[in-house]
Write a protein of this length. Sequence first.
Length: 435
Amino acid sequence: MIPRYSRPQMVAIWSPETRFKIWFEIEAHACDAQAALGVIPKENAEAVWKAKDATFDTARIDEIEAVTKHDVIAFLTHLGEIVGQDAARFVHQGMTSSDVLDTAFNVQLTRAADLLLADLDALLAALKRRAMEHKFTTRIGRSHGIHAEPTTMGLTFARFYAEMDRNKRRLQAARAEIATGALSGAIGTFANIDPSVEEHVCKMLGLTPEPISTQVIPRDRHAMFFATLGVIASGIENIAIEIRHMQRTEVLEAEEFFSPGQKGSSAMPHKRNPVLSENLTGLARLVRMAVTPALENVALWHERDISHSSVERMIGPDTTVTLDFALGRLTGLVDKLVIYPERMQANLDRLGGLHNSQRVLLALTQKGLSREASYAAVQRNAMKVWEQGADFAAELKADPEVRAALSDAEIDEMFDLAYHRKHVETIFRRVFGAE
């Protein structure tokens, strides 16, 4: 997590100040619930709230932790310094450190998820706008990197929209999965704390009580959350790879916006490189890097160990901050992407009409030729285009077997680009709904 790839709102979620504020709220709400049960005096619970507007001294907490070697105890000691030892003696009543750490971590993850969901909404809006703008802008579709049949730039944006819309739903599910809290005490049996305390704290923090915890919240929840972030990152790379391909000199159907004063190379002044797309490819790798450790965190010894802790202290902020930045960067890239319809048409024309080969094949079968004979007839004429630069329609018209089945007019009709766009509206309705 470095400033170059960070945005302030997401970084703030993971700051020590935010973390300690959440820890305080957990402890203070727990005191309220304990007071309601008569476990601690009401005035002591009220006194704890004196720290509500306090600025926790992170340096002081670090100083205490250097001696105690325990972060939660260091925080509680500092809290006692703020509210007074009499009030503080009832703080953390019946709780264990993981009640604070796990519940706070899940609060941070849900807040991060909310920012990421807003990021996805912005990206979806950009993708939809570009899809509508280029709904019928025809370009060659490619399989294996080779010209196949025509598609449209609008369909390219639409399929990315559909993918990111699925990712939004995945993240909504992951947010719900992670939005649990646990204040069940040592080993998770509630022996020293009433379950109603957990219910109250979770309600105040916008969480759901974990149905059954040990001394920690089950880590399959976190595995699902980080796996979802990994899937979203792969979706980002999927779009970035397509843009990188389109910007290749030999293709140049689209390119990243090149701002005034921007330089593409320290050595070659002519260069305009897809630097944002390449950057996004790298950032996606960083987010996915967290998935395997998150999966490995699921298996803990007995009721708890801390093998997951060091992992989560890093992947929590690193993945959410990086993904937040990447989604913002991709949205700007899509918004400003420069599209070249004329180049798309030129690329379509490069292979002399070969993209119509399937249509001719199907027409020949409809005229009574076997599929094998039809395929052979189309392929032998297509190969002349590949190898000699011939015109596909002209070769078909000169082929006796083809001419015996199809007239010149019928062959010409098969080279109409509109044929390949006839169901674009149907696909758009499926993706975006009726508008």
